[in-house]
Design a binder for this molecule. Structure first.
Ligand code: C5P
Length: 403
């Protein structure tokens, strides 16, 4: 997939620049052409000679290099690339990209390009979590900039946390997926997928509601992973703090009934993944704010909500080929998941332990078991994004088998 792809690699000033020689080597092994721009900061960590030797091309550094400008200006650098990869992408270069600054060759090339851009952020955890960087990240995402990493772990500054540049294989995988998708060649290209995510809010009156602790992290990650594999994804999401994933059609809803309607509107689809924590009941809500009256506690009358997973799994000509549910359980995980799979008539159940201490609700990790007609697969504890990628790969493989 990377054969003959032209990658303009911008190396900014972060310690992760030391991973770049290996990245170039691996890209060239796969037949990619790599041309490097090295920023002043980047040159503190890796030499232009190393990059030139490994890429087999000149390493570009200066904006106003008369010879380069006549032979190879910044415009031509970007024109002759299929993608621009910024690795490592520092907080500084991300901020400059957002602001549209062009004070060196790297930022000028980034501003002057109409080519796809991918960044591999790398920085101290405080810089990464700073609202300025997070807001820049969101802006870059809205401009279709692809983002790979960062991951959590030991940082060069001695702190531990999110901010490590994605590892070389992860960057290669992201580039591969990008080109696959670009060529309309993902394993799920041509398939429609519907994913539900997040909690629902069930109003008691105009200002109060019943909710649950679902963060939407797992469902959103599943939607993103299916889209990465080429599926055309509609994500029906309850209220969450998660950003809309790249390349996914997101429908925002609040209540279970709205979620049911949005799902029906999104059909037909070959793949359905119900990851939302849908409220089982909704109160018969008051039109006006309920007033507090001394000595009186109001009774809530609850009505059953539609079971979206069970509804979408009903047999019929329009039933999606593969319906996957989640089972969040605090005890007898696998047994309950098997029962749920049969009761709801779905094809697979992803069972996860949400007992207090598991960290699954709201956390970044998940320990899951995949329950199918063939049996139970127990996966190791993984980041929710990795669970989503693995699930998407399994879904793709199941469709490949039926081709
Ligand atoms: O029955 P329970 O809530 O444990 O089942 C969980 C699974 O069913 C999840 O996949 C969830 O998205 C789905 N579900 C649903 N609609 C409901 C309740 C649960 O789609 N009303």
């Amino acid at each position: 997939m990377l054969e003959n792809r032209r990658i303009l690699l911008i190396v900014a000033g972060g310690i992760a620049a030391v991973k770049v020689p290996d990245l170039i080597r691996r890209l060239r092994e796969r037949g990619a052409h790599v041309r490097c721009i090295l920023t002043k900061g980047g040159a503190q960590f890796v030499t232009p000679l190393t990059l030139a030797a490994l890429s087999g091309d000149k390493c570009y550094q200066e904006l106003f290099d008369l010879k380069d400008e006549s032979e190879m200006g910044h415009i031509r650098l970007s024109r002759e690339a299929d993608i621009i990869l910024v690795a490592p992408a520092t907080a500084d270069i991300m901020a400059k990209m957002v602001a549209g600054m062009a004070d060196d060759l790297a930022t000028t090339a980034l501003l002057a390009t109409d080519k796809p851009v991918m960044i591999a952020p790398s920085m101290n955890v405080m810089m990464w979590t700073h609202p300025a960087t997070q807001s820049n990240l969101q802006i870059l995402k809205t401009r279709e900039v692809k983002v790979v990493g960062p991951s959590a772990g030991d940082l060069a500054c001695g702190e531990v946390g999110n901010g490590r540049m994605a590892e070389v294989p992860e960057i290669i995988a992201a580039l591969t997926r990008f080109f696959q998708k670009n060529d309309g060649q993902g394993p799920l290209t041509g398939y429609k997928a519907l994913v539900t995510s997040g909690p629902t809010h069930e109003p008691i009156d105009p200002v109060r509601y019943i909710a649950n602790r679902s963060s939407g992290k797992q469902g959103h990650a599943v939607a993103a992973a299916l889209a990465e594999l080429g599926a055309q994804v509609t994500l029906v999401s309850g209220p969450t703090h998660e950003a809309d994933p790249d390349g996914v059609n997101v429908v925002h809803v609040e209540t279970a009934k709205q979620m049911m309607k949005a799902c029906n509107d999104a059909l037909p689809a070959e793949i359905v993944v119900c990851a939302a924590a849908v409220a089982d009941w909704s109160p018969e809500n008051a039109k006006q704010k309920m007033k507090k009256e001394a000595g009186k506690t109001p009774a809530l009358t609850l009505a059953e909500n539609p079971d979206i997973l069970a509804t979408l799994s009903q047999p019929g000509p329009a039933r999606p080929n593969l319906v996957v549910g989640f089972a969040a359980e605090t005890e007898n995980l696998i047994e309950n998941a098997k029962t749920k799979r049969a009761k709801k008539n779905c094809d697979w159940i992803v069972a996860n332990d949400v007992s207090p201490g598991s960290g699954a609700f709201g956390g970044d990790n998940n320990t899951v078991h995949l329950v199918t007609a063939d049996g139970v697969e127990s996966w190791p504890t993984l980041r929710k994004r990795a669970v989503a990628e693995r699930l998407a790969e399994r879904i793709a493989a199941s469709f490949q088998r039926h081709l």
